[in-house]
Structure formats: structure tokens, C-alpha cells
Design a protein around this ligand. Structure first.
Ligand code: CUA
Length: 307
């Protein structure tokens, strides 16, 4: 249905484009300036003039309505009733990564058997998957081209939806809403498993007894590595490599200054990222709330060790 709509819109838009450009080029050649003949000014008040605008407008509106009518059945089919499935996932967009929480066997979120991943969504093939889509900071759009699935994520709302993957394999997920400096980096993979293989995959990860979080898991979960590299390469934010102790130029309250990266600076940059903005980088980092002192200490230790 979505392909059909896409083609319908492409054909209608394409034909209108060719017609309009054709008339434009024909007129430019046919009525080009020859000698010094003054142009006639038309006010468009009489029908014989106004019809050149009004009839095309009516045609375009009619074609628009045609697309709406064709759209209605697809909308109803996809959005009208969301099949209830035992496979549930919460998808959260954040500058600049996708976070996924699979509900696990109890089909409830925020319980011990949840399986959390960042940048990779694992689902079984031939199975309806329920999702609820959220945004942590700004508008994002969850887009899986090969599923013909695109849904905006809106801060403050939980938007339900569903899909069913019909072939195993690995597919692109992208963000389709300009959401800041790292928008183009905000990609992920959809991994579609054979159902048996998926059963094994999720059993291995949702044992119920959780090992304590490693600092890498904690930081992956927070989206840190979506914007900061550890190997010196430039992403949205400065790299972590050789971070501790280096001199860095920052803007503080609009004034430029040089400082040496120490623990106090790192702590401030995590809790209040807008306080000092490193020169050459956009002020887009979200403040990290709800970090415990222990977690913060872990992250600081990690950052000091990045060489
Ligand atoms: Cu998120 Cu673009």
C-alpha cells in the first residue's frame, strides 16, 4: 500500500512538474523579447485572466484529494487497529542514538527481564512486533525504509505502532527528522532473526539476574558514544582520547578561555554541558540527569583512563 502511494504521488507530481516546466520553457522561447514592445500589465480581475491561476489550483486540489482518498485505506490498515503481540519493544530517540527496550517474557517494561540495546533492534521474523515510540529531547523520526515504516517521535508522547518483518537479515534504521548536529549519525540496525534463533538470543540476555552494569554499558546506554569517540576521530562532540589533562579552548558565558581538563571540569560538563562549550563544537549535549554519585565516579574514572 505504501509503495502504491509513493508511486501515485511520484506520477502525479512528475506529470505536473513536466507540464509546468514545459509551459514555462515554451513561453520563455515563444514570447521572448523581440524589439522594444512594452509588457502588458494584467490585474487578474477578469475571468479570462484569473482562470490561468484558478483552474490549475482546482486541478491540484482535486489531485490532492485523490491522494488523500488512496491514502485513507492504507492509514486505516496500518493505524486503525494495532495487533496485540507478545513481542513488545520501547523505542526511544535521543540526540543522537536509538535506544531499544525489549519487554522480555513477562511482556512488561521496566522489569528485570527487559533486554536493553542501543543502536541495534533485534526482532523475530514473521511475528507482529508492538512498539511504543518516545523521544527524550527533541523531535526524531524512526525510519526503517525496508519496512516502509516511518513514524515521528515527539517529546512527551508515547506513540504506539507495529510492524512485521517477513525476511531475516539486517536492515537500516535512520532518523528522518533533522534533530541537531548529529542527525546524520543517528542510524541503527534492525536485525531480524529466525524465530527459534531469536528465542535463544533473548533467553541468553533476559536471565532475570542482572550482572552489575559496566561503565561501557552505562555510557552506551546514556548515548555517550553516539557523539564522543575513543579513538581520536571527530564525531558530534570532542573525542575522549587523551582527554584528561589536555588544554582546551572553551566558551564560558560567551567568553573564550583556555582551561586544563580536570575532574571538576569533566563533572560540570556531564551535569551541566552548556556551562563550557568547547570551541568548534555545537552546544547540543543534553544534561545527564539521574546519575548516581557512584555512576558519575565510574564515568570520571573511565574518562581519565582514555588514552
Ligand atoms: Cu534524530 Cu535526526
Amino acid at each position: 500500500d505504501i509503495d502504491h502511494l509513493t508511486w501515485l504521488i511520484t506520477w502525479i507530481g512528475g506529470i505536473c512538474l513536466l507540464l509546468a516546466e514545459g509551459v514555462l520553457f515554451y513561453s520563455a522561447v515563444r514570447f521572448r523579447r523581440r524589439g522594444a514592445r512594452p509588457a502588458r500589465y494584467s490585474t487578474g480581475e477578469v475571468w479570462s485572466q484569473a482562470r490561468w491561476v484558478l483552474i490549475p489550483v482546482m486541478v491540484v486540489v482535486a489531485l490532492d484529494l485523490l491522494i488523500d482518498v488512496a491514502n485513507a485505506s492504507a492509514w486505516h490498515e496500518i493505524k486503525g487497529s494495532i495487533p496485540r503481540s507478545h513481542c513488545r519493544v520501547r523505542i526511544v530517540g535521543q540526540q543522537f542514538a536509538w535506544h531499544f527496550t525489549l519487554a522480555g517474557r513477562d511482556e512488561e517494561f521496566d522489569t528485570d527481564d527487559d533486554v536493553r540495546t542501543v543502536g541495534e533492534l533485534h526482532v523475530p521474523a514473521y511475528t507482529d512486533v508492538n512498539f511504543e515510540l518516545q523521544a527524550r529531547d527533541v523531535l526524531h523520526s524512526f525510519w526503517v525504509p525496508s519496512l516502509r515504516l516511518k513514524q515521528d517521535a515527539v517529546p512527551g508522547r508515547t506513540i504506539p505502532g507495529w510492524f512485521r518483518a517477513l525476511e531475516t537479515g539486517s536492515y537500516d534504521i535512520a532518523c528522518a527528522e533533522i534533530c541537531g548536529a548529529g542527525h546524520s549519525l543517528m542510524s541503527a540496525r534492525l536485525v531480524v532473526h529466525d524465530p527459534d534463533e531469536y528465542g535463544r538470543w533473548i533467553r541468553e540476555r533476559s536471565s532475570g539476574t542482572k550482572a552489575p552494569l559496566t561503565v561501557q554499558q552505562l555510557m552506551t546506554d546514556r548515548g555517550c558514544f553516539a557523539c564522543h569517540s575513543t579513538d581520536g576521530s571527530r564525531l558530534v562532540g570532542p573525542t575522549y582520547q587523551d582527554l584528561f589533562g589536555r588544554e582546551t579552548r572553551v566558551f564560558t558565558d560567551g567568553r573564550e578561555r583556555t582551561l586544563q581538563v580536570d575532574e571538576e571540569y569533566l563533572r560540570r560538563s556531564i551535569l551541566d554541558p552548556q556551562a563550557d562549550i568547547v570551541q568548534g563544537y555545537p552546544p547540543t549535549m543534553p544534561a545527564q540527569q539521574n546519575l548516581s554519585e557512584a555512576e558519575l565516579a565510574l564515568i570520571l574514572e573511565y574518562l581519565k583512563s582514555c588514552r
